[in-house]
Design a protein around this ligand. Structure first.
Ligand code: NDP
Ligand code: 2IT
Length: 398
């Protein structure tokens, strides 16, 4: 455990770049290469002003266990910067990404460490990062995942975290003779994970009534229209407030926390850490929530988790299991890159679904086996840890 909690390597670096006004700007860059016992370091890059070493370390530690749960050969790592992509021009984003990669490239590689996206890092950023890596190394390899489809990306990677979350929630419901059909759902956030969670939940017949960005939330009793959210967030990069200007049945409320006061059957936090505190958790339980599935990493505070777990009949699916579909599909992208071939969307989606169903039963069984029936926090930690610990022991003291 002492070795497990200490990162194998931590890289901190300066990221200088020039803004559109000609000013020199400097940000902090991070890559924590936490654990490579079961495969190359794997995990996203986050660009957000709140990023510091502590945030990257908690995400990296979670990533080790999550990646182990996928059953695929990927170790754990995480990185990022305190750079704020909001309000920056495309040229500024490119300049930042090129500078970031000019340092990072010497520490990563397709068999060493394979970063991907996270908050503030999507298809555009991965494109600029990949372009600079390729230029520096003169190698077109699978060193990043979440790549565009024209240069080595995998179908369904973009959708994978959200779709995977819903596949797991549906499996947990199925085991209890329940389903998402006609359920009222809240999805927080409106980024990559939130959008595809919303889309898949609605495909299963649920009604998603609210979503937010960091300014406030929209409530649409008729069900959020995913295509409108996609247009606002993916195309225009605008604020969610716009949704209420475009959809008559919707209302906008300033501030985020109020979203958890809306009664729902299923709560799916998909924005960021600590977005559900004890007070919000108690309110959700009081209003009848039955399933909580974490799309974001550590969105529930410790107090909130305790409230969900103590509440009668509430199923709590923790992040490292519930949002593992993203990184699992990243591993499928790595496999396709190594094999120099592409799988169809149906093929990748089918594999994703199988992986999520398997993770659910693995954590359920581990919880039962160790006497914590229904406690998926314990189940996920134990099932994830076993494989990593076994590999670490096999490698000796390294
Ligand atoms: P995006 O950048 O695409 O979206 C993030 C969303 O969360 C935005 O709507 C953003 O609002 C909102 N948000 C961010 N910070 C805050 C905050 N402090 N308060 C309120 N809202 C906030 O990121 P992703 O969708 O990729 O990531 C969301 C979560 O899912 C993160 O926890 C990430 O670690 C996790 N995750 C992501 C995976 C992936 O494949 N992308 C895989 C597994 C987990 P705004 O635009 O206003 O900032
Ligand atoms: O938190 C996560 O699992 C991610 N951001 C995805 C990591 C990845 O390598 O796809």
């Amino acid at each position: 455990m002492e070795r497990f909690t200490e990162p194998e390597r931590t890289v901190l670096f300066r990221v200088p770049w020039v803004d559109d006004k000609g000013n020199v700007r400097v940000n902090k860059g991070y890559r924590v290469q936490f654990n490579s016992a079961i495969g190359p370091y794997k995990g996203g890059l986050r660009f957000h002003p709140s990023v510091n070493l502590s945030v990257i370390k908690f995400l990296g530690l979670e990533q080790i266990l999550k990646n182990s749960l996928t059953g695929l050969p990927i170790g754990g790592g995480k990185g990022g910067s305190d750079f704020d992509p909001k309000g920056k021009s495309d040229r500024e984003i490119m300049a930042f990404c090129q500078s970031f990669m000019t340092e990072l490239y010497r520490h990563i590689g397709a068999d060493t460490d394979v970063p991907a996206g996270d908050i503030g890092v999507g298809a555009r950023e991965i494109g600029y990062l990949f372009g600079q890596y390729k230029r520096l190394r003169n190698e077109h390899v699978g060193v990043l995942t979440g790549r565009g489809l024209s240069y080595g990306g995998s179908l369904i990677r973009k959708e994978a975290t959200g779709y995977g979350l819903i596949y797991m929630v549906e499996e947990a419901m199925k085991q209890r003779g329940d389903s998402l059909k006609n359920k009222t759902v809240i999805v927080s956030g409106s980024g990559n994970v939130a959008i595809y969670t919303c889309e898949k939940a609605q495909e299963f017949g649920a009604k998603v009534v609210a979503m937010y960005d960091s300014n406030g939330y929209v409530y649409d009793p008729n069900g959020i229209q995913t295509d409108v959210i996609k247009q606002i967030k993916e195309v225009e990069r605008a604020r969610i407030k716009e949704y209420a200007n475009r959809v008559e049945s919707a209302q906008y409320f300033e501030g985020c926390k109020g979203i958890w006061s809306i009664p729902c059957d299923v709560a799916l936090p998909c924005a960021t850490q600590n977005e559900i505190d004890g007070e919000s958790a108690a309110l959700l339980v009081k209003n009848g929530v039955k399933y909580v599935g974490e799309g974001a990493n550590m969105p529930s505070t410790l107090e909130a988790i305790e409230i969900f777990q103590k509440a009668d009949g509430v199923v709590f699916l923790p992040a490292k299991a519930a949002n593992a579909g993203g990184v699992a599909t990243s591993a499928l992208e790595m496999a396709q890159s190594s094999g120099r071939l592409y799988w169809s969307a149906e093929e990748v989606d089918a594999k994703l679904k199988t992986i999520m169903v398997n993770i659910y039963h693995n954590i359920d069984n581990a919880a039962k086996k160790y006497g914590f029936d229904g406690n998926y926090v314990m189940g996920a930690n134990i099932a994830g840890f076993e494989k990593v610990a076994e590999a670490m022991m096999a490698h000796g003291i390294v």
